[in-house]
Ligand binder design. Sequence first.
Ligand code: ADP
Length: 305
Amino acid sequence: MNQKRSKSSNLSKNDSQDQDDQNIKDLQSFNSDLEDKVKERTAELNDLLKEQGKSAKMLIRRDLELTRANEKLQKVDEMKSSFISVVAHQLRTPLSGMKWTLSMVIAGDLGELNNEQKTFLMKAYESNTRMIALVNDMLVADRVQSERMRFRFKRVNIIDLIDNILFEISPQASKKNISISYKSKFQDIPQAYIDPETIRAVLQNLLENAIKYTIGGGKIEIDVKKDAEHLTISIADSGIGVPEEDKKNIFSKFFRARNAIKQETDGSGLGLYIAKTMVEKNGGKMWFNSVPGEGSTFYFTVPLK
Ligand code: ADP
């Protein structure tokens, strides 16, 4: 009986030895598979890194090319800007000379003129005035864009500033029978922190446009609202409005909508570009809403601090 048990115990020992050997073999094969896989992945990773290195070099090269192209563009832009500035300056002197001569002739300083002569000379005088205004706009647009414009910030009562401009432009509005009014009575409007010269030019441009692009008998309403950090000034007119397809271009240099050219042949298309740039340099924003044929409202903000 005992002999039988020891035989069976020997048998099971052998079994377990076989099992262990098999396990070790499995483990070794698994290990070698794993090593192969790791080698494979490492090779793949190295390839990837090489590719990335190439891409990074290419990106750096492209970046350099772009920087150089940008520098070239800036130089061309500066050249264009100084060309405009030189041409405009050169034009201003002879134009002013013409204005002076024409006004002398019209006033009869060089002898009496008949009515026909006077009418023709008056036309020449008006054209000359328009050209001077255009040249001035070109110079201002160039100055405001090239950072050469000086801004002197101070605390300003915006309502006083608007009143002041209204006093100057009301004859233009009366001529067309256009009423200009404030939307509400203003109370507690704090002083804005702005450069009064440039904001005055902005207000003047918006109000003159509102008069220019409103048909006789229309109305213009001004409003001023405050929030914690800004004042928002709006100028609403009952004028011709801006056609849908032209809305995106309205602040671009020299742009004039077709309905505006029809209504008013005179204009440089620089006013709104200058006004928006000036508002931004004062720390504000400018935008507008318009319904063609019904009217437009131009808005801008100015900072309180
Ligand atoms: P300009 O008045 O000399 O043409 P602006 O730069 O002041 O130049 O205005 C650009 C264009 O924007 C105008 O030609 C006109 O098409 C449009 N615009 C400006 N203001 C108004 C307005 N209040 N109503 C309708 N269109 C306007």
